[in-house]
Design a protein around this ligand. Structure first.
Ligand code: NAD
Length: 359
C-alpha cells in the first residue's frame, strides 16, 4: 500500500512523525508492505514556492492507495490569489471526498459524560455553509458594500443522498439507528431538501431506524443522553461543530479519528486543527491522527479485500485504546505525563505485545 504523507502546519509534523512510527510498527508486525512518500504543503511551501498546495501533490493523490493529511493553519493563509489554498477543503472538493466519518467513543476516566458515548458522525463534506469551496467558480461569500457580507449555503439532492447512504450503510453494520440532524424549522428549503433525501434513502433500509433532531437539541442531547446515538448524519458545518463537541465530551479533541472518503480515494485527517498554541513543544496528543490512519487502513482493506490491512487497523486501534486505559501512558491533554513521541513509543510497544505471532 502506497501512502502519501502531507505533514501540514503547526503540530502537523509532530503528530505525523508519531503516526508514522506507529504505522511502521504495525507494518513490521503484520508484513503489510507499506510504502511512504512525503510532500510538503502549507506555510512551508507558501514560503518556498508561493502556494500552500503545490500542483504535484494534487497529481499524486489519485496514484496512491491512501493519504495522511496533517492539520493545516489555513486561518493564517493569504487569499487564494496570493497562494493560500486550504488543502483540507481543496482535497475534499476536487476528489469528491463527500463523507467525513468521525467516530466518538467515551473511555472510562477520560470522559466528562455521565453516560457512555459510542457514535459515528457522518458529515457531508463538500457543500453546506463552506463558502470557500461550495461554488463551481468564485466564492459563496461576497460583500455588496463595505458594511454588508453575504454567505451562501449550498445543499443539493445529490450531496444529501450520497451522505445519507454512507450513514445508513455504516448504521447497518452496527446499532441500526441513524439520527438526521438539521435546522429545517428555520432553514426550511435547504434543510428541507436534505431531510427529503435522507428519508428517501431511509426507505431503502427498513432494518435501520431513522430519528430526526434539530441541531440545537442534538447539541444538548449529546450530553444528556449520549448513549442513545448510533450514527449521526448531518450537513457540513453542523457535523464539524458537533464532532468537536462529541470528541471533547469523550475526553479531548486530540482523541477522535476521522477519514474523508469518496468512492475511490480516502484521506486520513485528525479531527482537530493545527494547534499553533502548542506547536513545536512536542506535547500534542497524536491519537486522533493515529486512529484516523487506522481507519484509512481499514477502509482500504475493505475496498481491496485485504484482510491484513483490516487486521492492522484493528491492531493499531486496540493498542491506542490500551495506552489510553493506562494513566501512565497518556498525554498531557488527558491528564497524563507523556509527550508526543513517548506516547507513540508506548503504542508501538503495545502493538508488538498484542500482534499475532507469525505462523
Ligand atoms: P485547534 O483544533 O487547532 O485547537 C483547539 C484547542 O485544542 C487548542 O487549545 C489546541 O491546543 C487543542 N488541541 C488541538 N489538537 C490537539 C492535540 N492533538 N493535542 C492536544 N491539544 C490539542 O483549533 P484552532 O486553534 O481553532 O485552530 C488552529 C488552526 O487550525 C487554524 O488555522 C484553523 O483554521 C486550523 N484548523 C485546521 C483544521 C484541519 O486542518 N483539518 C481543522 C480545524 C482548524
Amino acid at each position: 500500500m502506497k501512502i502519501l504523507v502531507l505533514p501540514g502546519d503547526g503540530i502537523g509534523p509532530e503528530i505525523t512523525d508519531a503516526t508514522l512510527t506507529v504505522l511502521k510498527a504495525a507494518d513490521a508486525a503484520l508484513g503489510l508492505g507499506l510504502e511512504f512518500e512525503s510532500q510538503d504543503i502549507g506555510l512551508v511551501t507558501l514560503k518556498a514556492v508561493g502556494t500552500t498546495l503545490p500542483p504535484a501533490v494534487m497529481t499524486r493523490i489519485p496514484e496512491v492507495d491512501g493519504v495522511i493529511l496533517g492539520p493545516v493553519s489555513h486561518y493564517e493563509y493569504p487569499t487564494r490569489d496570493k497562494g493560500g489554498i486550504n488543502p483540507s477543503g481543496e482535497l475534499r472538493v476536487v476528489f469528491e471526498l463527500y463523507a467525513n466519518v468521525r467516530p466518538c467513543r467515551s473511555r472510562a476516566e477520560l470522559s466528562i459524560l455521565r453516560k457512555p458515548m459510542d457514535l459515528i458522525i457522518v458529515r457531508e463534506n463538500t457543500e453546506g455553509f463552506y463558502s470557500d469551496r461550495n461554488m463551481f467558480a468564485g466564492s459563496g461569500e461576497f460583500m455588496p458594500d463595505p458594511d454588508m457580507a453575504l454567505s451562501i449555503r449550498k445543499i443539493t439532492s445529490k450531496g444529501s443522498s450520497r451522505i445519507a447512504r454512507a450513514a445508513f450503510e455504516i448504521a447497518r453494520g452496527r446499532g441500526k439507528k441513524v439520527t438526521a440532524v438539521h435546522k429545517a424549522n428555520v432553514v426550511k428549503l435547504s434543510d428541507g431538501l436534505f431531510l427529503r433525501e435522507v428519508r428517501k434513502v431511509a426507505a431503502e433500509y427498513p432494518d435501520v431506524q431513522l430519528e430526526e433532531l434539530i441541531v440545537d437539541a442534538a447539541a444538548a442531547l449529546l450530553i444528556r443522553r449520549p448513549d442513545s446515538f448510533d450514527v449521526i448524519v448531518t450537513t457540513n458545518m453542523f457535523g464539524d461543530i458537533l464532532s468537536d463537541e462529541a470528541s471533547e465530551l469523550c475526553g479531548s479533541l486530540g482523541l477522535g479519528g476521522s477519514i474523508n472518503a469518496g468512492d475511490d480515494i480516502c484521506v486520513a485527517q485528525a479531527q482537530h486543527g493545527s494547534a499553533p498554541d502548542i506547536a513545536g513543544r512536542g506535547i500534542a496528543n497524536p491519537t486522533s491522527l493515529i486512529l484516523s490512519t487506522a481507519m484509512l487502513l481499514d477502509w482500504r482493506g475493505r475496498r481491496d479485500g485485504n484482510e491484513k490491512l483490516i487486521a492492522a487497523g484493528a491492531l493499531i486501534e486496540n493498542a491506542v485504546e490500551k495506552a489510553l486505559e493506562n494513566p501512565q501512558t497518556r498525554t498531557g491533554d488527558v491528564g497524563g505525563k507523556l509527550d508526543t513521541t513517548s506516547f507513540a513509543a508506548a503504542v508501538c510497544d503495545l502493538i508488538r505485545a498484542t500482534a499475532p505471532v507469525a505462523a
